[in-house]
Design a protein around this ligand. Sequence first.
Ligand SMILES: [Mn+2]
Length: 391
Amino acid sequence: MTDALVELLADAGNAAPHDLASLIDACAVTLGATGAVAYLADLQQQVLVPFSAGDDAGPLAVDATLAGRAFQAYEVQTQEAEQGGLVWIPLVLGSDRLGVLRVTVASLDDALLALLMRLATTAATLLASKTPYGDTLVKLRRVGPIGLPAEIQYSLLPPLSFASREVTIAAALEPCYDVAGDTIDYAVDAGRTSVGVFDGMGHGLHSAQCATLTVASYRNARRSGKSLAEILGIIDVALQESLGGEAFTTAVIAELDTGSGHFTWVNAGHPEPLLLRGGRLVRPLSAAPRPPLGLGHLVADEVVVGTEQLEPGDSVLIFTDGVVEARSADGAFFGVDRLGELVIRHLAGGLPAVETMRRVVRELLDHQGGQLSDDASLLLLVWPGPQGVAK
Ligand SMILES: [Mn+2]
């Protein structure tokens, strides 16, 4: 590692989130560029917002700019950089995209580009690790007002994308700035990945409280080593005891054995997940749905655990009813077929799972004229195969 990057890491040790803009800029200059500004994606990944003390540049659209292309494709983009210009470098941690680094250069050669890409990796790590210590970066990523239910939700959610050799996860929740009842959770551990997608009744503070209890119960039971059927029962009891049977949630919770591809799931009143393979929809995953959780109607002995053997490269798409029941102005549902086709088309086109989710959300919002009437959530789980063989 170059001295400049070591120095950046050392200086960042005592830095607050708001200090990072000038540290990253100074490091770029030391490396041979003329300056650098991190642009962070907003929560909805529609715009890239500059993080800079002195810069009065506005946000850039993800869908119509070179910066956006770098972000979408995870690829460096240059703008007349050979003679002096701009370089856009993705700011990524694994599959998780924070934004792009805008670097100005007097000239660019391969050696400088290699250094700048290492700067981007270091900057992404610092931006992610420093975010919780202040409101600066949290606020920067919000380009619209966030209500109390969504504030509660964002304090609960794990990062919405993750990729390792064993599994890829990409999720999206809409309406992004006003999400309340839907939520997701996951855990990637040795040999096993667990996921849960939940849809709490209604769309307000009560829904967010219901989601809080649901996710906490799910995590607590999962971390106590409970089975899928037991976890459903535990969530059901927790909701009923706390909310008196006045709120409920639907759920799909699942486990993937990442060594063998053995996939198991349980369904409580939730739409059936879709199994996608080789560019086509294989089938919805049916497992005798049980009643929603929180009403005390769940009978543990009657919970059916679905099983499916995944093949390398298979994906499972779990979603809430707000996705398929979104209606266009003329009343047409978004529908399961359209959802499956869109996901398959984007994946077959070589898009990463996380960009696929971003585009499907965009298409869902367009379908309903930009305004959703119900929360809509998606979680895509991709199994590359036993040794991480497929993309
Ligand atoms: Mn719903």
